[in-house]
Write a protein that binds this ligand. Sequence first.
Ligand SMILES: *Cc1c(COP(=O)(O)O)cnc(C)c1O
Length: 370
Amino acid sequence: MKLISCLDLKEINRHHRAELLSAFTRVLDSGWYVLGAEVEAFEREFAVWCGADHCVGVGNGLDALTLIFKAYLQQGFMVEGDEVIVPANTYIASILALSAVHLRPVLVEPDAGTFNLDPARIEAAITPRTRAILAVHLYGRAADMSRIMEIARRHRLKVVEDCAQAHGAKHAGQPVGAWGDAAGFSFYPTKNLGALGDAGAVTTSDPSLARMVRALRNYGSEKKYHNLYQGVNSRLDELQAALLRVRLPSLAAENARRREVAASYLAAIRNPRVRLPAMPAEAEAHVWHLFVVRCAERDRLQAYLATQGVQTMVHYPIPPHRQEAYSGGELAGDWPITEAIHAEVLSLPMGPHLADAEVNRVIMAVNEWA
Ligand SMILES: *Cc1c(COP(=O)(O)O)cnc(C)c1O
């Protein structure tokens, strides 16, 4: 029995093999490997794709988020110790980006139906030191950006989007990455748009922020050997930019295939012990980075599916506030919705690599489990 993998990068990239190789050769033969024509072209293309005015390529998704906040600190919009609201059930990187620049993450519980920040809980967490909301489009589903933006405007807060799992998702017809004041993207190989290594980007329509992030990613310099700020080295490589330019034109079709797989799962999985994720009212609000079900006996379901040749994963087994890295108590509090999510979630195979027959095998295996 052939194993159905959660994600098969070899299979996905096999479809782009000739073009990836030619992009690689082009960069190899150019003799120019950092901050050149490929990065500039990708930045233009990805900004257009998101509907943002600017895109700045950086080393990875964590740096994209960190550099946005570093820029806001540098610009004086916030100072160390200020608070940023962030969903309690996010991937740890969202929170590490805040800790890295000495901002205080303030956790807010998600809506159990969408796994995203619950707008109804945001205002209770706002204090005089709150400066921003970090909205995460978790598992590929766009957060409720209209309500988040409305709350933020009323309280004069910045909104930063963590788009690492949601390339191409739209809220009310407008792509993520162009809703907030700035957004961070990851192109880690497993993301919906993945490089062949680490890569990331910041998108924004704020020209002063774009300029600041552009300097910060390159030692805080706009002009060689003149350093305006204490920046870092977090540049998008020419090679990764060239490879991403190959993958970008297929992203919409790959997201559409993910939607088809999700629609099949939602239509055919029928097991009273397995709770399916909610389909958003607008199909384009979800790009199904992950297809996450909930089950009180998650570990038993996972073990059964493994015996049926179906690989699954848990995103994520330990919530940020329970991580050793935060044992100092910075994230302490009662987060029952988040704890229940982490105890019950299981990610079924999802991606453009899946054939219909494999999707059907997953459905049958879940339905047969008793
Ligand atoms: C992957 C991810 C990141 C970090 O991206 P890297 O490129 O791995 O640094 C940040 N936030 C979320 C929600 C992610 O899934």
